[in-house]
Design a protein around this ligand. Structure first.
Ligand code: DQA
Length: 154
Protein backbone atom coordinates (compact mmCIF):
# COMPACT_ATOMS: atom_id res chain seq x y z
CA UNK A 1 0.00 0.00 0.00
CA UNK A 2 1.09 3.57 -0.64
CA UNK A 3 -0.47 6.96 0.29
CA UNK A 4 -2.35 6.89 -3.03
CA UNK A 5 -3.83 3.44 -2.42
CA UNK A 6 -7.49 2.99 -1.56
CA UNK A 7 -7.98 -0.19 0.40
CA UNK A 8 -11.30 -1.78 -0.53
CA UNK A 9 -12.33 -4.48 1.92
CA UNK A 10 -15.18 -6.92 1.39
CA UNK A 11 -16.55 -9.25 4.03
CA UNK A 12 -18.21 -12.66 4.14
CA UNK A 13 -20.16 -14.16 1.26
CA UNK A 14 -19.35 -11.30 -1.11
CA UNK A 15 -17.17 -13.80 -2.99
CA UNK A 16 -20.49 -15.37 -4.06
CA UNK A 17 -21.78 -12.24 -5.81
CA UNK A 18 -23.24 -12.99 -9.20
CA UNK A 19 -25.07 -16.10 -8.03
CA UNK A 20 -25.94 -15.14 -4.43
CA UNK A 21 -29.50 -13.81 -4.15
CA UNK A 22 -29.22 -11.86 -7.43
CA UNK A 23 -32.63 -10.29 -6.80
CA UNK A 24 -30.99 -8.45 -3.88
CA UNK A 25 -27.33 -8.17 -4.86
CA UNK A 26 -27.49 -8.13 -8.66
CA UNK A 27 -25.71 -10.28 -11.24
CA UNK A 28 -22.28 -8.67 -11.13
CA UNK A 29 -19.47 -10.72 -9.63
CA UNK A 30 -16.92 -9.43 -7.14
CA UNK A 31 -14.36 -9.49 -9.96
CA UNK A 32 -16.67 -7.17 -11.98
CA UNK A 33 -16.78 -4.80 -8.99
CA UNK A 34 -13.00 -5.02 -8.61
CA UNK A 35 -12.58 -4.01 -12.28
CA UNK A 36 -15.11 -1.17 -11.86
CA UNK A 37 -13.19 0.14 -8.83
CA UNK A 38 -9.77 -0.10 -10.48
CA UNK A 39 -11.06 1.79 -13.54
CA UNK A 40 -12.76 4.56 -11.57
CA UNK A 41 -9.95 4.91 -9.02
CA UNK A 42 -7.45 5.24 -11.88
CA UNK A 43 -9.41 8.23 -13.24
CA UNK A 44 -9.24 9.78 -9.75
CA UNK A 45 -5.50 9.16 -9.44
CA UNK A 46 -5.70 6.31 -6.95
CA UNK A 47 -4.46 2.73 -6.91
CA UNK A 48 -6.73 0.07 -5.50
CA UNK A 49 -5.95 -2.78 -3.16
CA UNK A 50 -9.13 -4.87 -3.36
CA UNK A 51 -9.63 -7.75 -0.94
CA UNK A 52 -12.31 -10.15 0.28
CA UNK A 53 -12.42 -12.49 3.25
CA UNK A 54 -14.99 -14.63 5.02
CA UNK A 55 -13.16 -14.18 8.34
CA UNK A 56 -13.76 -11.44 10.91
CA UNK A 57 -10.20 -11.52 12.29
CA UNK A 58 -8.74 -11.10 8.82
CA UNK A 59 -10.78 -7.92 8.36
CA UNK A 60 -9.43 -6.69 11.71
CA UNK A 61 -5.86 -7.53 10.61
CA UNK A 62 -6.33 -5.61 7.35
CA UNK A 63 -7.70 -2.54 9.14
CA UNK A 64 -4.71 -2.67 11.51
CA UNK A 65 -2.40 -2.87 8.47
CA UNK A 66 -3.92 0.39 7.20
CA UNK A 67 -3.52 2.03 10.59
CA UNK A 68 0.04 3.24 10.13
CA UNK A 69 -0.23 6.95 9.35
CA UNK A 70 -0.19 7.64 5.64
CA UNK A 71 -0.11 3.97 4.66
CA UNK A 72 -3.15 4.44 2.41
CA UNK A 73 -5.55 7.18 1.28
CA UNK A 74 -8.60 5.59 2.83
CA UNK A 75 -10.67 2.48 3.30
CA UNK A 76 -13.88 1.54 1.53
CA UNK A 77 -15.53 -1.17 3.57
CA UNK A 78 -18.39 -3.51 2.83
CA UNK A 79 -18.20 -5.63 5.96
CA UNK A 80 -21.29 -7.60 4.86
CA UNK A 81 -22.83 -9.49 7.80
CA UNK A 82 -20.04 -8.38 10.18
CA UNK A 83 -21.44 -4.85 9.78
CA UNK A 84 -24.26 -5.87 12.09
CA UNK A 85 -22.32 -7.94 14.62
CA UNK A 86 -18.67 -6.99 14.93
CA UNK A 87 -17.54 -4.89 17.87
CA UNK A 88 -13.99 -6.13 17.09
CA UNK A 89 -14.15 -4.50 13.67
CA UNK A 90 -15.56 -1.27 15.15
CA UNK A 91 -12.70 -1.21 17.67
CA UNK A 92 -10.11 -1.72 14.91
CA UNK A 93 -11.69 1.04 12.80
CA UNK A 94 -11.88 3.37 15.80
CA UNK A 95 -8.14 2.92 16.36
CA UNK A 96 -7.40 3.82 12.75
CA UNK A 97 -7.21 7.45 11.61
CA UNK A 98 -7.58 6.53 7.94
CA UNK A 99 -10.95 7.78 6.61
CA UNK A 100 -13.49 5.01 6.13
CA UNK A 101 -16.46 4.98 3.76
CA UNK A 102 -18.99 2.25 4.44
CA UNK A 103 -20.71 0.65 1.45
CA UNK A 104 -23.55 -1.80 1.01
CA UNK A 105 -24.95 -3.02 -2.27
CA UNK A 106 -28.47 -3.29 -0.89
CA UNK A 107 -30.44 -0.71 1.06
CA UNK A 108 -29.98 -2.26 4.50
CA UNK A 109 -32.70 0.01 5.95
CA UNK A 110 -35.35 -1.51 3.68
CA UNK A 111 -34.46 -5.04 4.79
CA UNK A 112 -34.81 -7.09 7.99
CA UNK A 113 -34.59 -5.10 11.25
CA UNK A 114 -31.34 -6.88 12.25
CA UNK A 115 -29.65 -5.25 9.23
CA UNK A 116 -30.67 -1.72 10.26
CA UNK A 117 -27.91 -1.33 12.81
CA UNK A 118 -24.30 -0.97 11.69
CA UNK A 119 -21.36 -1.05 14.10
CA UNK A 120 -19.15 0.12 11.24
CA UNK A 121 -21.09 3.38 10.80
CA UNK A 122 -19.87 4.70 14.13
CA UNK A 123 -16.32 4.74 12.77
CA UNK A 124 -17.12 5.74 9.17
CA UNK A 125 -17.17 9.21 7.63
CA UNK A 126 -20.34 8.19 5.83
CA UNK A 127 -22.32 5.31 4.40
CA UNK A 128 -23.61 4.56 0.91
CA UNK A 129 -26.20 1.85 0.47
CA UNK A 130 -28.81 0.74 -2.02
CA UNK A 131 -27.06 1.60 -5.29
CA UNK A 132 -25.60 -1.82 -6.05
CA UNK A 133 -22.07 -1.84 -7.42
CA UNK A 134 -22.36 1.88 -8.25
CA UNK A 135 -22.07 2.46 -4.49
CA UNK A 136 -18.35 1.62 -4.74
CA UNK A 137 -17.95 4.32 -7.43
CA UNK A 138 -19.80 6.82 -5.22
CA UNK A 139 -17.60 5.83 -2.28
CA UNK A 140 -14.42 6.43 -4.34
CA UNK A 141 -15.74 9.88 -5.35
CA UNK A 142 -16.53 10.69 -1.72
CA UNK A 143 -13.08 9.57 -0.58
CA UNK A 144 -11.35 11.57 -3.33
CA UNK A 145 -13.12 14.77 -2.21
CA UNK A 146 -12.28 14.08 1.40
CA UNK A 147 -8.60 13.46 0.68
CA UNK A 148 -8.42 16.63 -1.47
CA UNK A 149 -10.05 18.80 1.20
CA UNK A 150 -7.74 17.36 3.90
CA UNK A 151 -4.71 18.15 1.71
CA UNK A 152 -5.94 21.74 1.22
CA UNK A 153 -6.09 22.20 4.98
CA UNK A 154 -2.51 20.92 5.50
C1 DQA B 1 -24.48 -6.24 2.47
C2 DQA B 1 -25.69 -6.15 3.41
C3 DQA B 1 -25.51 -7.05 4.61
O1 DQA B 1 -26.65 -6.97 5.46
C4 DQA B 1 -25.34 -8.48 4.19
O2 DQA B 1 -25.08 -9.31 5.30
C5 DQA B 1 -24.33 -8.67 3.12
C6 DQA B 1 -24.18 -7.67 2.08
C7 DQA B 1 -24.70 -5.45 1.17
O3 DQA B 1 -23.72 -5.18 0.49
O4 DQA B 1 -25.84 -5.12 0.82
O5 DQA B 1 -23.68 -9.72 3.06
O6 DQA B 1 -23.35 -5.68 3.13
Amino acid sequence: MTPSTVLILNGPNLNLLGTRQPEIYGRETLDDIRALCIGHAGRLGFDVDFRQTNHEGTLVDWVQEARAAGSCAGIILNAAAYTHTSVALLDALSACETPVVEVHLSNIHKREPFRHHSYVSKAAVGMICGFGSHGYVLALDALARLVASRKEKE
